[in-house]
Design a protein around this ligand. Sequence first.
Ligand code: SF4
Length: 181
Amino acid sequence: MINDRDANKIVEIITRFARKHSLWVVAYGTGCGAIEVPPTMTSRYDAERFGIRGAATPRQADVLLITGYLSVKTLKRVIRTYEQMQDPKYVIGFGSCTINGGMYWDSYNTIKVLDDYLPVDVYINGCMPRPESVISGFIKLQELIAAGKAEGAEKYKKNLDWYRTNQKKVIKNWKMPDYNW
Ligand code: SF4
């Protein structure tokens, strides 16, 4: 006979298993790294065998894939896209530019550290990362989901004021509706 606690645990394990094998991705082609997304998704590397596939809209997506440097102008759209996604949701920063600005580190119009503006669950390093690296980044995300450690969305909610302050510091013409959690 299993008690409620054990039953909940089993449900949680099954839920995480389903989640990690059903990652619908909205890929925001912000930088040159975006060119590696089509080969990752198509027959040669076939990301769908891991349960990774494209989503038609942010509201249907689980993963926001930021594929490279982000201009301030694009950041605004990316924030709006992220906030329209439903929970559970995850962010992958793709390429050196999302980690530290990469080769645009001293550009006047790009952000340097994506994690200051959106909660990044996994970074994929490289300039540009090859499809093998992209898939390995997704597998890392799957491991975090299975372990219940992909907590970026929770972090975002808890620290929304901090994120908003950072976002509004660089986006001068904010004028976006406040997200309704
Ligand atoms: S990391 Fe390299 S490939 Fe990716 S956006 Fe930056 S410059 Fe382009």
